[in-house]
Design a protein around this ligand. Structure first.
Ligand SMILES: *[C@@H]1O[C@H](CO)[C@@H](O)[C@H](O)[C@H]1NC(C)=O
Ligand SMILES: *[C@@H]1O[C@H](CO)[C@@H](O)[C@H](O)[C@H]1NC(C)=O
Ligand SMILES: *[C@@H]1O[C@H](CO)[C@@H](O)[C@H](O)[C@H]1NC(C)=O
Ligand SMILES: *[C@@H]1O[C@H](CO)[C@@H](O)[C@H](O)[C@H]1NC(C)=O
Ligand SMILES: *[C@@H]1O[C@H](CO)[C@@H](O)[C@H](O)[C@H]1NC(C)=O
Ligand SMILES: *[C@@H]1O[C@H](CO)[C@@H](O)[C@H](O)[C@H]1NC(C)=O
Ligand SMILES: *[C@@H]1O[C@H](CO)[C@@H](O)[C@H](O)[C@H]1NC(C)=O
Ligand SMILES: *[C@@H]1O[C@H](CO)[C@@H](O)[C@H](O)[C@H]1NC(C)=O
Ligand SMILES: *[C@@H]1O[C@H](CO)[C@@H](O)[C@H](O)[C@H]1NC(C)=O
Length: 797
């Protein structure tokens, strides 16, 4: 759809024949033979008003750009440059030669750049007040002008004609030609393209003017209006109709490195600023949301590069980030895309790696146009499992029963509330599975991924149990070992260690960052220097008090007997003088309480269901599968933590009771936390595992309804206590009124109802009526029927 060549030429001639404005004064003329050298003298050719200057600007340690700049503002913003892809070294020289050529040479006389002169007879050059640098004949006919060769910026009075284009810079500080192009096509459309970097040919259009192919010129007039005109001169559409006067404001229209074209204004004086800041501020920009680029290419990485994620900041600028588990290809280039920091899943048929992978779940995140499989109607669980079991799959997007599978490289990544659904990125979990005694501890991939101690390590390790025997004198039956242990040394291959107080003080930077606190303890974030800065949670028990010592012993002895993926793992401890500290794996996503009650976005339903299963499994293990039965006694959302893939793990065994199978006790002091505390604590009844079932029931209701059990800020008085309200709803056959506007839960209403009814069974006041955790699990999983529960309060003590 190009013009015939002759037509194009005659059009160029038309521009050249225009006489230049008379504002340039003869004493401002650049005479034949004049030159400027790239050095630190900063000599320039200024426009008569002094607003613009032509000369060298140093942009890198040894690199100079021959440029036109706004000369009167501290930033000296560049509006045009000659040699963006070929910087000049110090000592280079631009000269208007005596024979009328305009050339930039390096110090050895090698040409770097030259003005492409249409015709000859150049008599002088001039930097005009418009920001246009011209070369002209004696009769003032312009032979060459910078306005005809824009780089990334248009100025008022500048015209972009058909086939004229702007190329973005590479980055904020690197002025090389970058990744985006703005062009008024010969077919009359004004279009923004991504480029097949480093080629000039464009790849995908991500914005286009609605000009029906009649665009002939893009005008930027002195009143700050930017518009497309038709061939007959009528204005077709405005890009910027928020005009500001050029006499009061500097202005420019720049295609920036992030792919957005922005009309910027800068007050010439505080008096004329009209309240605008004394700096460049954006007047108009397009496209309005580059992350959502209305047209997505078949190839190319999108606004942030492959595997990157684009979201709009509060200042409306795109922000490029890498998802968890990924990092920038080029740390100095935010648009370079992201690479995985882990070894991807093996496609070897014998590999049993599926368990090593999990998902980072990101609401409202998608990578459109990159699917290789699509399931129209599946559950999120099936969608996830399908990806986990598929070595080609690196991510899925799940929304309303639809599942899209995607592989690396992931293009067009974006985060926006309009997307809905959830993006699930498959990452290798941090596991020390292979880090058994004798294995190559210095192996890189093991070191990089070392947070979760897998069960086999602890269980198979009588060394560890002996260690505890040694330190605390607990007695274990049926386990024997002949290993000699030194209590305060690292035990190779076991991953449980004893720390000195100094080590932990250093690891936590003097107990600086607090993660949370309990009745007699505070938890700090730390990093183990000698283990590649592995992040840990260090729990420091308050000194002296007897309770603290009991808490310490209870915690160590109970957690040391455990080994389950839904229990937080103990990595080490410190028992030095009065100092009692415990070191745990760090749980990246904080507590369930934060997730449920302090989350600005509604917690994902799938995650909540999985958390219910995980917590039930963890409890079931404590009650039924440990060598010694453990009653946690303090199950509540604050004590359920979430790892990087939102897998729930029970923590805080500080109140736990170790009971022999036949031993139940009556208590004196009340343990646990109000609201989650089973009634038998108050009634002088035996304390059994059923107290945890009660607490779990309350937790489950909170998880289902994303609110606290006790909540005064509600519409009806009957809703204040969730447990009571839930039973009322059940009795009246209106369980759906608990769901409120939770669409994901509404889509899964059968499961929601089953879970609520299971929870009602758990919170029966009569402990004998509450099911055991194993049965609770079966009820949740659907492997047994969930019968109609009685009224929880029907129990008369
Ligand atoms: C610059 O110099 C030329 C001749 O050297 C002269 O004709 C012209 O008037 C001068 N330009 C201006 C704008 O004064
Ligand atoms: C040239 O500009 C640089 C950077 O702005 C400055 O450090 C230097 O002193 C200037 N040199 C002269 C001779 O003005
Ligand atoms: C331009 O005019 C001046 C005198 O007005 C003359 O000296 C000079 O040679 C002329 N230059 C050209 C290129 O014609
Ligand atoms: C600018 O970026 C390009 C492309 O990556 C690179 O080749 C060039 O060296 C960079 N220039 C500077 C001055 O860093
Ligand atoms: C610029 O364009 C606008 C809109 O068409 C018009 O109102 C204004 O007068 C123009 N300004 C100049 C200086 O031509
Ligand atoms: C100018 O051209 C446009 C598009 O070609 C057309 O819609 C419009 O009517 C024309 N206006 C005049 C005054 O000719
Ligand atoms: C700004 O306005 C004040 C009062 O209107 C005047 O005194 C002052 O000179 C002005 N400053 C400039 C830089 O124009
Ligand atoms: C252990 O790892 C190092 C570095 O990765 C490697 O050089 C060495 O050969 C490995 N040793 C064994 C026994 O695998
Ligand atoms: C795995 O651990 C390494 C180092 O401890 C950490 O940099 C990385 O972010 C972790 N990966 C995830 C997904 O948390």
């Amino acid at each position: 759809m190009d013009f015939p060549v002759s037509c194009k030429l005659s059009f160029i001639m038309l521009i050249i024949m225009l006489p230049i404005s008379a504002t340039a004064q003869s004493n401002r003329n650049v005479t034949l033979g004049s030159f400027i050298v790239a050095d630190n003298s900063n000599s320039t050719w200024k426009s008569p008003s002094g607003e613009f200057a032509f000369g060298f600007k140093q942009v890198s340690p040894g690199g100079y750009l021959l440029a036109i700049v706004f000369d009167e503002m501290p930033e000296r913003t560049i509006v045009w440059s000659a040699n963006r892809d070929n910087l000049a070294e110090q000592g280079s020289r631009v000269q208007l030669s005596p024979d009328g050529r305009f050339v930039l040479n390096d110090p050895r006389g090698q040409r770097i750049w030259a003005a492409d002169l249409a015709g000859s007879g150049v008599a002088y050059g001039a930097m005009l007040d418009s920001g246009n640098f011209v070369l002209a004949r004696n009769n003032s006919v312009v032979v060459w002008q910078s306005f005809d060769h824009p780089t990334d910026t248009l100025l008022p009075a500048q015209v972009l004609s058909q086939d004229g284009s702007l190329f973005s810079s590479f980055s904020e500080r690197n002025f090389s030609r970058g990744r985006f192009k703005f062009i008024l096509q010969t077919d009359g459309n004004l279009v923004l393209y991504t480029l097949n970097y480093p080629m000039v040919d464009h790849d995908a259009a991500y914005w286009s003017s609605i000009s029906n192919g009649v665009g002939f010129q893009l005008m930027f007039n002195q009143s700050g209006f930017i518009y497309i005109t038709a061939r007959n001169g009528t204005i077709f559409s405005y890009l910027s109709s928020n005009g500001v006067s050029s006499s009061q404001f500097y202005q420019r229209f720049t295609l920036e490195y992030d792919g957005v074209v922005r009309h910027y204004v800068y007050p010439k004086s505080a008096n004329s600023s009209g309240g605008r800041p004394m700096e460049w501020s954006v007047n108009v920009f397009l496209p309005s949301n580059i992350c959502l680029g209305t047209i997505v290419g078949d190839t190319g990485g999108g606004a942030c590069g492959f595997n990157g994620l684009c979201s709009l900041g509060t200042d409306q600028r795109p922000i490029c980030t890498c998802p968890t588990g990924y990092s920038l290809m080029d740390p100095n280039d935010r648009l370079s895309g992201c690479k995985p920091d882990f070894v991807r899943q093996s496609c070897d048929r014998n590999s049993q790696e599926t368990d090593d992978f999990g998902f980072i779940s990101m609401a409202n995140t998608d990578w459109p146009n990159s699917d290789y499989y699509y399931f129209p109607s599946v559950s999120e669980d099936l969608c996830r499992r399908s990806c986990l079991g598929d070595c080609f799959c690196d991510a899925v997007f799940y929304r309303g029963g639809q599942c899209w599978k995607k592989g690396i490289p992931l293009p067009n990544g974006r985060i926006d509330s309009s997307i809905g659904g959830v993006g699930l990125l498959k990452i290798r979990l941090n596991t020390t599975r292979n880090n058994r005694p004798g294995s190559n501890i210095s192996n890189k991939s093991n070191n990089r991924s070392a947070l979760i101690i897998t069960g086999s390590v602890l269980l198979g390790s009588s060394v560890f149990l002996n260690l505890l025997l040694f330190v605390f004198g607990f007695r274990f039956k049926g386990r024997k070992s002949k290993t000699n242990i030194q209590p305060y040394t690292f035990l190779p291959g076991v991953n449980i260690r004893s720390f000195s107080f100094n080590e932990l003080q250093e690891a936590t930077d003097g107990f600086k960052e607090e993660l949370g606190s309990g009745a007699c303890s505070t938890v700090y974030k730390g990093a183990l220097k000698d283990e590649n800065g592995k992040v840990v949670a260090v729990k420091k028990l308050d000194k002296i008090e007897k309770e603290a010592d009991q808490e310490f012993k209870a915690e160590v002895s109970s957690i040391s007997r455990t080994n389950h993926k839904n229990l937080v793992q103990l990595l080490g401890y410190c028992d030095e003088g009065q100092n009692r500290l415990l070191v745990y794996e760090f749980m990246k996503n904080g507590s369930l309480a934060n997730f449920l009650f302090e989350n600005p976005i509604k917690p994902n339903w799938y995650n909540r269901v999985q958390i219910a299963f995980a917590t039930a499994r963890g409890l079931c293990y404590l009650h039924e599968e440990c060598s010694t039965q453990i009653i946690h006694c303090d199950i509540k959302p604050q004590n359920v933590l979430l790892d990087e893939s939102h897998i729930a793990k029970i923590s805080d065994f500080g109140l736990a009771k170790l009971l022999k199978p036949d031993q139940t006790k009556t208590t004196t002091g009340i343990r646990g936390t109000r609201g989650y505390v089973a009634p038998e604590w108050f009634r002088n009844m035996p304390i059994t595992v059923k107290v945890d079932v009660y607490s779990f029931g309350i937790l489950l209701l909170e998880l289902l309804c994303c609110r606290k059990n006790y909540e005064t800020n509600v519409e009806n008085e009957c809703e204040v206590i969730l447990a009571d309200w839930a039973y009322d709803c059940y009795k009246e056959g209106k369980l759906n009124s608990l769901v409120a506007d939770d669409e994901e839960a509404i889509d899964d209403i059968k499961r929601f109802e089953k879970f609520v009814i299971t929870a009602i069974w758990c919170i029966q006041e009569d402990p004998a009526l509450r099911p055991h955790m194993k049965r609770v699990m079966h009820m949740l999983e659907g492997s047994v029927e969930v019968p109609a529960p009685p009224d929880p309060t029907s129990f008369i003590s």
